[in-house]
Write a protein that binds this ligand. Structure first.
Ligand code: ADP
Ligand code: MG
Length: 677
């Protein structure tokens, strides 16, 4: 059967079913072949009722005295007594009244569900049901695939449709190079898909998942490796090391660089000397001092006649960076310019002209730096701070602005577990700032019940009395940013007019104009505000060292990495800092939240987050979705390093990727998006 055959052509698919399938993006035979089960119901090892142990169980039994009754509004309970000759057991279903008609007296069924203690007795909760007779007839059907449900298509029909494709699946062509399949002892593409759709044993499924996961990772890692290769073929600028400039820069700093900062700066300066453009990630926990490292490199570039562009995700951050960099670099005769959407009219025209002539050597701004009609004189170095995506398209835009490919430094405070970094950042060299500047004290972090706010505000006020400043972060009532703004405004009014009438309180959220935002931020930075009530727009990068206390409302609604980022706005000086995590209700705080109370280590917290919430939640659904991983587990470091070696071996073997059509297409897609944050 042709893989591109529309599903409409299959027996059992009428217009209605066809439309329902299309809504789930299933249009052709190929789509359905690759629609892999979400999980499996395992009927292969049934127990007898008398031998059951609590947990997930499967039994073969008949059902008696089935009844459905409403318990409260919108909730109906169906119960049945199950017997298998050894004993009896109550089964309970919530909101599945059709069970009453499905279960025929005298018939034997397989029930698979959770055997648990509830209301003083053991019961089987929400078991799935299969006819025992049917399972016994179909060889190898004791493990039943469970597909993600599709509205308007019954699970039985979906399974029937897939079953009708079995001959096609058995004949699927190989998609990986044969050399890899054999040297890594993988199932063939066809074997793996047969195993996933028509499993014979758990072991069979595991082997199939290994094969499919391997392939998904191979597509990703090969894309990274090819990007790296392509980068190394580009012509870049060799920027000579200027020893005096480096000495001068370090000696004028008000502090000594940490060892990690010195090493990162050294790595960058060495990359500069090469004609191969640098493509480096500077990863450092919040407050580890990334900006000064980039500033030191920009000084090197400027002394050799090259311009640097410094890109930040928000205008607030851009203007803060412009301020920091001009303090660092003006003493060396370097002109720093700030280019954002708010710079308009004659001022903009003048600035653009000065950038084009090379009079401004360091240009700080938002994305506008590469998107709009900005012409550079000689762009040698590009820094991307806290950016979410910088892929092939953006790199091309940079090349268009510069005769040669500038050296590229991406900076991020999002700690990425090593396994994940290898897959999504495979093409980048990495420098890590794993050391905080000397004298920093751990931020005292406390989970706070929503009651007892008086004491909480008193704690904040005592810090203000000492001359320190405070952030109050409140948002995330639900997923609607409009409501977040409402809540932050309400909180601001309340605090200003009741608890903190004697303090200067400011308000910051995403709906303010850029000029308003900058104003408020500036006031907070120079100390004319005591308290900043804000949404999470302060999350990345903002640096006000005098702020030592933060309250985060509804803290349980945030991910650990995000809380860690937010908390990183305090603890930026040698003063003791405090962070209060106010939970949404008074019930016991989650284990997840307790982790952040205990730990200040962004990498550790990211690992915990990854384990507890999965990569989709941690790195954004859309971004994780773009990675196209159905099966591969990004936590599986062993598999990842195996696959990485396979990708390198494949490249070294000199085989032509284009002879593997499907692989080549997926790799090409991945090459466009491997730089994720
Ligand atoms: P991040 O890595 O989070 O971007 P920043 O670059 O904003 O951190 O630096 C945080 C603060 O630490 C800034 O106020 C900066 O001036 C200061 N800082 C950076 N390096 C050092 C150092 N080696 N010693 C002391 N303070 C430092
Ligand atoms: Mg920063």
């Amino acid at each position: 059967m042709n893989l591109s055959l529309p599903l409409r052509e299959l027996d059992g698919v009428g217009d209605k079913i066809d439309e329902a399938l299309a809504r789930a993006s299933l249009r052709t035979v190929k789509d359905l072949v690759h629609y892999l089960p979400r999980t499996y119901d395992d009927y292969s090892h049934p127990s007898t009722i008398q031998d059951l142990k609590p947990g997930k169980v499967t039994i073969i039994a008949q059902a008696e005295s089935i009844e459905t009754r409403p318990v409260r509004r919108g909730m109906r309970i169906t119960t049945a007594v199950l017997t298998d000759g050894t004993s009896k057991l109550k089964a309970v279903w919530f909101n599945q009244p059709y069970r009453a008609t499905q279960l025929k007296p005298g018939e034997r069924y397989m029930f698979s569900g959770t055997f648990e203690f509830s209301y003083n007795r053991y019961q089987l909760t929400n078991p799935s049901v299969e006819q025992a007779k049917k399972l016994e007839h179909e060889a190898g059907a004791e493990i039943v695939p469970v597909y993600r449900s599709i509205k308007g298509v019954k699970p039985q029909l979906l399974r029937k449709l897939v079953a009708s494709l079995r001959p096609t699946i058995t004949m699927l062509g190989e998609t990986l190079p044969d050399s890899i399949v054999s040297s890594h002892e993988l199932m063939s593409n066809a074997q793996a898909h047969v195993a996933l759709h028509f499993p014979e044993s758990q072991e069979h499924i595991a082997r199939a998942k290994e094969r499919v996961g391997f392939e998904e990772l191979f597509e990703l890692l090969l894309a990274s490796a090819l990007n790296k290769q392509a980068n190394s073929r580009l012509e870049g600028w060799g920027i000579a090391f200027d020893k005096d400039a480096a000495r001068g820069f370090v000696s004028r700093l008000p502090f000594a660089l940490t060892g990690a900062q010195r090493q990162a700066a050294w790595q960058i300066i060495q990359d500069f000397e090469s004609r191969i453009p640098m493509n480096r990630l500077l990863q450092g926990d919040v407050g580890s001092g990334k900006t000064v490292v980039a500033g030191m490199a920009a000084n090197q570039a400027a002394q050799q006649g090259y311009q640097s562009a410094f890109m930040a995700p928000t205008e607030i951050l851009a203007s803060q960076h412009a301020e920091t960099l001009s303090q660092l670099l003006t003493p060396f005769g370097i002109h720093v310019g700030l280019l954002t959407g708010s710079v308009k009219g004659a001022a903009r025209a003048t600035l653009l002209q000065r950038i084009a002539s090379g009079d401004v050597q360091v240009i700080v701004g938002t994305h506008a730096l590469i998107q709009k009609k900005v012409e550079y004189h000689k762009l040698g170095f590009v820094v991307i701070d806290e950016q979410h995506r910088f892929g092939v398209a953006q790199r091309q835009a940079l090349l268009d602005k510069s005769e040669r490919m500038p050296h590229l430094l991406a900076m991020t405070a999002t700690p990425i577990p090593r396994s994940l970094a290898l897959t999504v950042y495979g093409e980048l060299d990495v420098s890590v700032l794993d050391e905080l500047p000397a004298g920093r004290k751990p931020i005292e972090t406390k989970i706070w019940a929503p009651t007892n706010t008086e004491l909480l505000y008193a704690q904040v006020d005592s810090e203000l009395t000492k001359g320190r400043q405070a952030y109050i972060i409140c948002s995330l009532i639900d997923d609607n940013p409009e409501n977040d703004v409402k809540s932050v405004e309400a909180e601001y009014k309340k605090l200003k007019s009741t608890v903190f009438t004697h303090r200067r309180v400011g308000l910051l959220h995403g709906k303010l104009t850029p000029a308003e935002k900058e104003n408020v931020m500036q006031e907070f930075a120079d100390g004319s505000l005591d308290i900043l009530v804000s949404t999470t727009v302060v999350e990345v990068g903002v640096d006000v060292p005098n702020a030592t206390v933060m309250i985060i409302e509804n803290a349980d609604r945030f991910g650990l990495s995000q809380l860690h980022q937010l908390r990183g706005r305090v603890g930026r000086s040698s003063h003791q800092s405090y962070c209060y995590l106010v939970v949404s209700d008074s019930s016991k705080p989650s284990a997840r939240l307790k982790e952040i109370e205990k730990s200040q280590d962004g990498f550790y917290l990211a690992e915990v987050d990854l384990r507890l919430r999965g990569p989709g939640e941690v790195y954004g659904r859309a971004q994780h979705g773009a990675l196209n991983l159905q099966v591969a587990n990004l936590g599986d470091a062993k598999l990842i390093s195996r696959v990485q070696k396979a990708a390198q071996d494949f490249l070294a073997s000199g085989q032509d990727l284009l002879q593997y059509k499907q692989l080549a297409a997926q790799v090409e897609k991945n090459q466009r998006l491997t730089t994720l944050n």
